[in-house]
Design a protein around this ligand. Sequence first.
Ligand SMILES: Nc1nc2c(c(=O)[nH]1)N[C@H]1C(S)=C(S)[C@@H](COP(=O)(O)OP(=O)(O)OC[C@H]3O[C@@H](n4cnc5c(N)ncnc54)[C@H](O)[C@@H]3O)O[C@H]1N2
Ligand code: MOO
Length: 400
Amino acid sequence: MLEFDAAQSRLAAAGNPPSIAEVCPLAEARGRVLAQTVFATCDLPPADNSAMDGYAIRHADYAPGKRLPIQQRCFAGETPQPLHAGKAIRLFTGSLIPEGADTVVMQEDGNENDDGFEILHPPVQGAHLRRRGEDVLKGNQLLAKGRLIGPGEIALLASQGYAEISVYARLKIGVLTTGDELLNPGQPRGDAQIYNSNGPMLTALCQDMGASVVHCLHAQDTAESLREAFTVLLADCDLVLTVGGVSVGEKDLVKPTIEALGGTLDLWRVCMKPGKPVALAQVQGKPVVCLPGNPVSAFVVFSLLVTPLLRTMQGRTQVIPAVQYGCLSSDRRFKENRDEFLRVRVAYSSRGVTLTPHPQQGSGIISSLPWAGALARVAANTEVHDGDTVAFYDLRHWLR
Ligand SMILES: Nc1nc2c(c(=O)[nH]1)N[C@H]1C(S)=C(S)[C@@H](COP(=O)(O)OP(=O)(O)OC[C@H]3O[C@@H](n4cnc5c(N)ncnc54)[C@H](O)[C@@H]3O)O[C@H]1N2
Ligand code: MOO
């Protein structure tokens, strides 16, 4: 059997980073991946400015009980006059600091009348100033190529005046489901049929990762139907994910079909539960990953084994998210001869992280999927019980 971590590294390396970049408006860049390292175009803030609504003074002008006449009222966006000795300039949060001023006094720390501003508490020199360049210096690196763009990255890029940005082309994925027992939601169902849930699930998982699902096809369990579907998927997509039909059953035709298309396929027995049968193929220069058909197995294999490959192919530099640790809370004991990935709920408290497993851990229990927030790992041949520390994979990190 192939160790779980070895399978994960092998899959992470099974595809190439993208070579095509495109220009994307910043407003549409969330979830895209930077194709260029970005540098600061200006100091940030671009000039010294006030962090408070208050008064700009020279610190040396302060004396208890003294009033400083107001020389100017200067709003954010206006240009202040140079500050005269013995005067104060009224300013607001974001107002530029006048030349000659070295301190801002908050309005709450004094009072203003027609004779000027009286300061009630001795001010600290340099207080409430936001210095030019204290955030970012012009020319410094802002964000590295390969970075996933989220709201924070967008804020930083916008603050530097970037209206558009170079990102990698979206990864194009094709999903292929197999099995004659399956039918699409919306159709009337016969007794021996079940609805295809893996197709919509994998589509949504890929979309959450920022990829584009170009096709989600269903093939009947015949060589011809499979070959037809593969031909379309390989022509239009960078990566193909198939689900079902790769284990040991008599109708498992995925492997021969891939071989007939000139591909090579390695069928792995990964030391993980759920998710033992996983195959990796290269067909016409494109990776094809075959996931086990049981819905939970497909979900777990996608989350932990396939997402690193997606991130590699998206050009992201961080392809394996962090693994965290928490304390198991369960009246059951767990022990398997494969590494077991339990669907758990995660609770954070001042005492630490608690992981509560779903009561049903079978690989067909679809109702556990919207319930779970993480996958907790129980090492093979190791018994764990209530209170034990185990590794867990938080799906908020692993599925983005
Ligand atoms: N004799 C053995 N039988 C099985 C073994 C084994 O080692 N020896 N492994 C079991 C494990 S573990 C898994 S996982 C499955 C994997 O089988 P396949 O990947 O070939 O998948 P299928 O047989 O096609 O389907 C399995 C199961 O999942 C349902 N399914 C498939 N596709 C969908 C879909 N799109 N939507 C909803 N449900 C789907 C399918 O109806 C089956 O119930 O093999 C075990 N058997
Ligand atoms: O590997 Mo199967 O995926 O245990 O259900």
